[in-house]
Design a protein around this ligand. Structure first.
Ligand code: AMP
Length: 259
């Protein structure tokens, strides 16, 4: 696997593959990789010829400096995981290189005025900024994003549509831990006890349709979960239920499709 740290090396790698007629699949991440990320690598390997994963903790999408500083990191472990899953290249840029790239700001048509957009002001403009910058240098034919961040996936689709970028955006289902907790790099900050007990979040989502909201809110409260939102939204004809809140000092999000 190629470990690429500069824009120059990346450019050489990308141009060489493109000249050989290869389609590039791209998986942007913030590192501390888990099976959820790896499922995106597998999808990219299935649908593209060459897979590039990026590892970059983007400061502009954090509205809370403390959250940014505490974001878990494990570059060595990430590279090992990418290697054993046959990822072709890991792009690990320095902040100055990303900051040197052209950025955009677009009208997200209200998509950023709900849920994460309200709870994390500026978050989605930060996401758009970094994903656009990464797309501009990776030049992927296909890019893969998890439904774990479903609102983010819609926002990336909106950005691609608005700017008419020549990249296909492919969403992937949420991978969960044994108890139903959605896999997340942030789960590593939960205590073992909290992580083992955290299956109640998925249980609440699954029982939403048949249970009174008050009962579900009580269940969340009694489990020690500080609810930020529990809301239904339609995206492209698909109705989903979304939850966010703080559990054991860690902010968690999850969602499911509602039939
Ligand atoms: P992150 O490193 O948290 O920025 O995530 C990088 C990509 O992995 C995003 O597209 C996420 O939606 C996706 N992802 C994170 N967790 C999961 C999961 N549990 N299942 C599937 N995809 C995920």
């Amino acid at each position: 696997m190629n470990v690429i740290r500069t824009l120059k090396e990346l450019h050489q790698f990308v141009i060489e593959k493109k000249q050989a007629g290869k389609e590039i699949g791209f998986v942007p991440t913030m590192g501390f990789l888990h099976e959820g990320h790896i499922s995106l690598i597998h999808l990219s390997k299935k649908y593209a010829d060459v897979t590039i994963a990026s590892i970059y903790i983007n400061p502009s999408q954090f509205n809370d400096l403390n959250d940014f500083n505490k974001y878990p990191k494990n570059e060595e472990g990430d590279l090992r995981l990418l290697r054993v899953n046959f990822c072709d290249a890991a792009f690990i840029p320095e902040r100055a290189q990303i900051d040197s790239l052209q950025k955009v700001s677009i009208d997200l048509g209200g998509l950023d005025m709900i849920m994460e957009g309200i709870c994390r002001p500026g978050h989605f403009q930060g996401v758009v900024e970094v994903v656009y910058r990464l797309f501009s240098v990776v030049m992927p034919d296909k890019a893969f994003f998890g439904e774990k961040d479903f609102q983010q996936l819609q926002i990336i689709k909106k950005m691609v549509e608005t700017l008419k970028l020549p990249v296909e955006i492919i969403g992937a289902p949420i991978l969960r831990e044994f108890n139903g907790l959605a896999m997340s790099s942030r789960n590593s900050r939960l205590s073992k006890k909290a992580r083992d007990n955290a299956g109640f979040i998925y249980e609440v989502l699954k029982s939403f349709v048949n249970t009174e909201r008050q009962i579900l809110e009580k269940r969340l409260f009694e489990s020690g979960f500080t609810l930020e939102y529990l809301e239904k939204h339609d995206f492209g004809g698909q109705r989903r239920l979304f939850i966010a809140g703080v559990y054991d000092g860690v902010r968690l999000i999850d969602n499911i499709e509602l039939n």
